[in-house]
Every structure is written in structure tokens, then in C-alpha cells.
Ligand binder design. Structure first.
Ligand code: BES
Ligand code: MN
Ligand code: ZN
Length: 501
């Protein structure tokens, strides 16, 4: 794991293997961002000119490495682009800083210690830079026998942040806890489905629970049968790896509110009897990203000591075809008694979530938020970087959208059009697990809404797009599992604790 320190040393005098500075566009010229004055001085005030000669433009995502002149303790300077310089009196946007720090950390893999001399105008900026650097310094190489890849950056020294300032110190501590938990979620998502299945996922939660003093309860297949969890059992019926329902709880003695988080945890989604074709199943180990995000959020809430109860429910199953698998046409009796006709076994996420939502509702939380890689339709609608938000409360949906924006996650509010509900009517059961094709992401949301307890505020995040990144890494986003929604959920828990939601 990458270490984080706040240093009061000057950029020129700190011992490090690389020094990270920011550069930006001011009209057509390149400017060095605040925080790197001493570095520029060591270049005789010509750092921007030297970088321009090397072709740097200051654009976001750009990284230019150059040897350091005498006068700097670090042998290498890395200039990262920050886009357009802010207007006089304004400061850089924190997501820009987060991404630039992530780019720097990625480019510096193989380096031991890097000092970040990026512009810090507030405690929030310090936190964003720390978060970006720690998230960018991620790699998943546990299963590589041939370690040809470079090791992630081992140590991040943050300059410009004030270690003796309470707000700066708190922002850095928070960034470390959140980034480490996001990286934990990424590890779980990246683990192959032959290693990570419901029982091993549950064991990982139990281990983390022990480490952080959290109460963890695991229902195995026998307990699920006894409790009547027909949705989770129905989805898991085709697999040699039986399902689990895991409850992990952070509680605080002064908490006045309880937030229930529910994660879709399909450790592999083959589609079941409604088998996915080749081309659609290669990345389906990512179908437990919602459960990983919920797990990470509860542990982060505990590490941060938030004055709110956060209960995580992980609905874990493997969706496989076999002689014991649920068939299209089967009717499942869900937890709580509702019956559902399964028309398509590939619409499995809503089935496991429905059981968990009903169960979580019994505890009367102040709000329920479920997180799921639920539909391909949401990816078609919003693309691969934006998650959709649905809710039974317009203000709550708006609040979550705004929170996501503040923590640097792209999201968009989506409706739950009432007229689509009846397209899930079934001639044999209370409802079917599918409706019309158009608006498929909204149909899934309407299905889930049926299971939310009376009077409980509920939101649904469909993270099918951003949960798993297949393209080239950018900013702090690696290839593979991203940890999408954890930052939003942690902030949601913080604001719930503060009574602002
Ligand atoms: N896990 C998939 C959704 C998904 C698609 C996640 C792409 C990540 C990337 C989900 O279980 C699924 O298969 N949904 C179906 C629902 C349909 C059968 C009603 C879909 O979206 O096609
Ligand atoms: Mn599916
Ligand atoms: Zn799925």
C-alpha cells in the first residue's frame, strides 16, 4: 500500500525520487501552477519555456518528465497538465487536481518516493491531491507470476498541505481511508471469478470486519432457505458455488440516523439459462462491483468514525446455467412472500437485490441506497463514465447527484415512469422480472421500487457503465475495477451523519 505524508519541506530541498509540478494553459502560453515556485527558480524561471520546447501544452492528462537541474534534491521533475489556468482569484477545481495527481502517480510507477508540489488552495484540495495520487498508485498484479510490471509508487509526500492545520490533516487522513477502501473494492472486482465467489467474498468481509471491529453476519444457503430468500437462492441455483447474504454494520453510539446500503454481488454473470453470447461475458466478473462499493463504504465509515449507522447488505450469488438452474418461466417466491416470474435469467441482479431490499426495510432505516451493475441499457443511455440515479424522492435524487459532482463522480438523474410498471405484469405471478425493452434501466428501477418498505426514502445507483474500465487508464482511473460510487456513498454517509439529508 502506498504511504502518505504531509511535508513542510520546500520543493527544492525535500529528498524524493521525483518532484511533481502542475502546468496550465493561460491563453496560448504555458504557466507553472502555484506550489512549484522553488522548482521554477531552480530552472532560472525557465521551467515553462523548457516544457514548451518539449512540446508540453498544459492540457489535462498530459505528463512530461524532465531531468532536474542542480539545486533540486529530486533527480526528476514530472510536469502534469491542469488544463486552463483559473481566473485571477479563483483556484483549480479539485477534480482537476485529483486527476492530475492520479496521472502523475501512474506515470511514476516504478518510482519509490514522489513529492507532489501541486497547487493547494484549501484543505479540500489537499485531500483531492492525496486521493488522486493514492488511487493512481494502484495496480492489480497479485496473480502475475512474471513480475515484469513496475511496482506502484510507494510513497506520496504532499507539499503545500499544512500538517499542523487540523483541516488539512483531517482531509489527508480521510483521503487515505477512502482511497485504501476504494483500492480494496478494486481488488475484489479484479479478482477472477474462480477465486472470488460468494463464500470467499463473505470470508473477505468477515476478515475486514474483524480487523475494523465491525459486526458481520453471513447467511449461507441453508440459512437463506430457512429464511425464504427465494430471489437470492433462485439466482444462485445453477452454480456449484452457493449464494450468501452478508450484513456488515458500522454503528456509532451517538448516531441518530441509519443508512442502509445494498450491493449487487453477482460474482459472475453468465446470464444463466438465458446465456450471454461471447462478447458479452468476458468482463462479467465485475458484476459484484455494487457489493464491493458497499463493503468499502461501510469500512470507510468505520475508519472515519462517522456519527451515523451504516448497514451494508451484500447480495452474493453466481449466475450460472446448469441442470439445477432457474429456468425462464419459473416462479420464485421472494423474501417477504411476493412471487416473481423469471422471464429472463439474465435479469438476475434485481432478483437478489429485491430480497435484500425487503430484508433491509424490516430494520426501518432512514434511507436505503442500492448500488448495482444492473443494466446494459444504462450504459447505452449514459456511456461508460456516468452512473444513473433513480429514487422515490426527487430531492434525495437531486442531493445524490450533487454530492457525486462534488466528489468528482459523474452521474445523472433518471426517471421512474409509472406507465412502464405494468409492462412487468405476469399472468402467473405477482410480477415478472422483465418488462418492455425500451427504457430497460428504468424498468429495473421500477422493479426494485416494489420491494422498498412503506415510507422509506430509497435511491438506486446503476453503475453498469463506470464500474469497470476497459480502455486505457486515465487520471486516477485504472484498467479494470474502478471503485465507482464509493466516494459518493462515503460523502452521503457524512452528510447523513451531519443531519443534512
Ligand atoms: N450484469 C448485467 C448488466 C451489465 C451489462 C453490467 C453491461 C455491466 C455491463 C445484468 O445482469 C444484465 O444482464 N442485464 C440485462 C437485463 C435484461 C435481460 C432485461 C441487460 O441489461 O441486458
Ligand atoms: Mn445478467
Ligand atoms: Zn448481472
Amino acid at each position: 500500500m502506498t504511504a502518505l505524508t504531509l511535508s513542510t519541506a520546500g520543493a527544492a530541498t525535500l529528498r524524493a525520487d521525483a518532484l511533481v509540478v502542475g502546468v496550465a494553459k493561460a491563453g496560448k502560453t504555458l504557466v507553472v501552477a502555484p506550489g512549484a515556485e522553488a522548482v521554477d527558480k531552480a530552472f532560472d524561471g525557465r521551467l515553462a519555456a523548457v516544457l514548451e520546447t518539449l512540446g508540453a501544452s498544459g492540457g489535462e492528462g498530459e505528463a512530461t518528465k524532465l531531468p532536474a537541474p542542480a539545486g533540486l534534491k529530486a533527480p526528476v521533475v514530472l510536469a502534469v497538465g491542469l488544463g486552463s489556468a483559473p481566473e485571477e482569484g479563483e483556484s483549480y477545481d479539485s477534480e482537476t487536481l485529483r486527476r492530475a495527481a492520479g496521472t502523475a502517480a501512474r506515470v511514476l510507477s516504478g518510482t519509490k518516493k514522489a513529492a507532489f508540489a501541486l497547487p493547494v488552495a484549501s484543505a479540500e484540495d489537499a485531500g483531492a491531491i492525496a486521493e488522486g495520487a493514492l488511487l493512481g498508485a494502484y495496480s492489480f498484479d497479485a496473480l502475475k507470476e512474471q513480475k515484469d510490471g513496475k511496482k506502484p509508487l510507494a510513497e506520496v509526500a504532499l507539499l503545500g498541505a499544512k500538517p499542523r492545520d487540523k483541516a488539512h490533516k483531517a482531509a489527508a487522513d480521510r483521503a487515505l481511508a477512502v482511497a485504501e477502501e476504494i483500492n480494496r473494492a478494486r481488488d475484489l472486482i479484479n479478482m477472477p471469478p474462480n477465486d472470488l465467489y460468494p463464500a470467499t467474498f463473505a470470508a473477505a468481509v468477515q476478515a475486514a470486519g474483524k480487523e475494523h471491529g465491525l459486526k458481520v453476519q453471513v447467511l449461507d444457503e441453508k440459512a437463506l432457505a430457512k429464511g425464504g430468500y427465494g430471489g437470492i437462492l433462485g439466482v444462485g441455483a445453477g452454480s456449484a458455488n452457493p449464494p450468501r447474504l452478508v450484513r456488515i454494520a458500522h454503528t456509532h453510539p451517538k448516531a441518530e440516523r441509519t443508512l442502509a446500503l445494498i450491493g449487487k454481488g453477482i460474482t459472475y454473470d453468465s446470464g444463466g439459462i438465458s446465456l450471454k453470447p461471447a462478447g458479452h461475458n468476458e468482463t462479467m466478473k465485475c458484476d459484484m462491483s455494487g457489493a464491493a462499493a458497499v463493503f468499502a463504504t461501510v469500512v470507510a465509515a468505520a475508519r472515519l468514525g462517522l456519527e451515523v449507522n451504516v448497514t451494508g447488505w451484500l447480495a452474493l450469488a453466481e449466475n450460472m446455467p446448469s441442470g439445477s438452474a432457474t429456468r425462464p418461466g419459473d416462479v420464485l417466491r421472494m423474501y417477504g412472500g411476493k412471487t416473481v416470474e423469471v422471464l429472463n435469467t439474465d435479469a438476475e441482479g434485481r432478483l437478489v437485490l429485491a430480497d435484500a431490499i425487503t430484508k433491509a426495510s424490516e430494520e426501518h432505516p432512514d434511507a436505503i441506497v442500492d448500488v448495482a451493475t444492473l443494466t446494459g441499457a444504462m450504459v447505452l443511455a449514459l456511456g461508460e463514465r456516468t452512473f444513473g440515479i433513480m429514487s422515490n424522492d426527487d430531492d434525495y435524487r437531486t442531493a445524490i447527484h450533487e454530492i457525486a459532482g462534488e466528489v468528482g463522480e459523474q452521474s445523472w438523474p433518471m426517471p421512474l415512469p409509472a406507465e412502464l410498471r405494468k409492462t412487468m405484469d405476469s399472468p402467473t405471478a405477482d410480477m415478472a422480472n422483465m418488462g418492455v425493452r425500451m427504457g430497460g434501466g428504468l424498468i429495473a428501477g421500477l422493479f426494485l421500487q416494489e420491494f422498498v418498505g412503506e415510507g422509506i426514502t430509497w435511491a438506486h445507483l446503476d453503475i453498469a457503465g463506470p464500474a469497470f474500465h476497459e480502455g486505457a487508464p486515465y487520471g486516477y482511473t485504472p484498467k479494470g475495477g474502478t471503485g465507482s460510487s464509493v466516494r459518493t456513498l462515503v460523502r452521503l454517509a457524512e452528510l447523513t451523519a451531519a443531519g443534512e439529508l
